[in-house]
Design a protein around this ligand. Sequence first.
Ligand code: ATP
Ligand code: MG
Length: 648
Amino acid sequence: MSETLENLLSEDRQFPPPADFAANANVTAAAYDEAAADRLAFWAKQAQRLDWFQEWDQVLDWSNPPFAKWFVGGTLNVAYNCLDRHLAAGNGDKVAIHWEGEPGDSRAITYADLHAEVCRAANTLTDLGVTAGDRVAIYLPMIPEAAVAMLACARIGATHSVVFGGFSKDALSGRIKDASAKVVITADGGFRRGNPSALKPTVDEAVAECPTIEKVLVVRRTGQDVDWTEGRDLWWHETVATASDKHEAQPFDAEHPLFILYTSGTTAKPKGILHTTGGYLTQASYTHHAVFDLKPETDVYWCTADIGWVTGHSYIVYGPLSNGATQVMYEGTPDTPHRGRFWEIVQKYGVTILYTAPTAIRTFAKWGDDIPAQFDLSSLRLLGSVGEPINPEAWMWYREHIGGGRTPVVDTWWQTETGAIMISPLPGVTACKPGSAMGPLPGIAADVVNDAGQIVGNGGGGYLVLNEPWPSMLRTIWGDDQRFIDTYWSRFAEHGYYFAGDGAKKDDDGALWLLGRVDDVMLVSGHNISTTEVESALVSHPAVAESAVVGATDPTTGQAVVAFVILKGNASASEAELKDHVAKTLGPICKPRQIQFVSELPKTRSGKIMRRLLKDIAEKRALGDVTTLQDAGVMQLIQQGMSTTSED
Ligand code: ATP
Ligand code: MG
């Protein structure tokens, strides 16, 4: 990318917070001033929202960048903060998790129940020889035991590495080996799309290649047959269920490793991101309180992410539980047994705060407005989005058809690496623009710079950077400090900025717009064009549900725009019509050379579009690394489609 990214789309719609929301908001505009006046004092104050065994001597040690230490000398226990202190405050009978199984079974788990189960699991892991600093792999479906397993590790200072339950044997064994895990916690299987989906066979195959694994702890969920290795395999219901529920949480250093989590692999081979204890919990907890405006007494919160992604770590487990939330956790897919399942769950539990991903929102829009309209969604008061840029039209659809035109919508930008939300509106303060993450949260410094690392003015585009360390920042890539330095800190080394890998622009008011990954930026006739803006232009056509755009090598323009488009349910549009629509919306330079109609797009298992694979297709190359691809069949279908259409 040369100087800047083109700034193409402009958005005039703006939605200030409803007056009563603003009047009762957890966090007001004063937080920005407070943080600006003294950033470290601001974070120290947020750390005080937690219970510490020993308070810190120093808020931040940044003497050896990029290796940060936060809350130096402080000690705490993460599980204590998520459980014990709520019991001590008299909230043991409050529901922590309303769990909904895909077949329709459900469990209401109180904070007292969750505490007891975590203590039993902590005692079991200790009996199995797991001690502080050991790594434990967790490969589970979306069942409460997933949260229990994570909290039990945290309680005894073991470092968990959660591997998404849909991953293959190779992905699992690779992650186990990378972290030298000692124990795997898994299940016989989970329910997905109406059927039991086995996990244990994958673990058996993976563990055969992983000599560090001593024990495999197995939750019985589906009841399907499993192979059993005597001496290595143990049933959860025969060990954890019979263990003592008395367990004293021990203090751990603020910089004690809490978890390793591999990035979702949209751009490349996943990286093992290491997070530690005090700073991580401080920011996960504060941002959950501030961005979701959680009122623990009245709200019912639901984050639809899988626990295998960072969103599940920070906004199902550590953020909400540290804040004493009541939340919904759902095992299955949104279309089982029908396409209204999410809305049925919102209605059943009276969900007030919903946090989901643009890929889901676009899918719901494609399925039709009439589906959510059949359910009572009036309990909702706040909606959130994470994972990809949200196209303005998808944002509007979410607000109208899910939020009833009443609720604020917060678009939250962050990464596995940042550990917690970094750029987002505050729902009681910010007048939101559809599709914009608006600005850095109080205490966070983010900006947009050009190639030379100079901050661009309003109206300009370039690279997103984080200019100051933040409490929940990654501490390194597990076992590879050099890759940590090279990937994030070398691009703008002389400025000391963290390079996020995403493009962004500032509009005329200074609001931030995320423009997708810098690797995806297209260079067309000397113009740097973001895939996001062309995709949003396509999605603004009434017939288009979703699109993915890539730059393909072109003899005349350097790169040309190639678009893959999914149309809405019964809608139709011609290729020429959509090309003209883009040209009219963004300018002729962005007009796609080719539009390919498809029924699915290649996505990671967390639902993010994998543009690099589409680029391989557009440039007629062999496909790159597909290990994180959700459904390999999709690529074949698209390839076949491409070879039967001509380019004009
Ligand atoms: P890898 O780094 O292995 O390619 P990944 O970047 O997809 O994987 P994650 O850490 O899960 O892994 O995703 C973070 C990325 O998701 C961000 O860098 C950004 O590209 C995108 N993202 C997340 N939230 C938003 C958002 N609200 N707006 C725009 N982009 C977002
Ligand atoms: Mg990434």
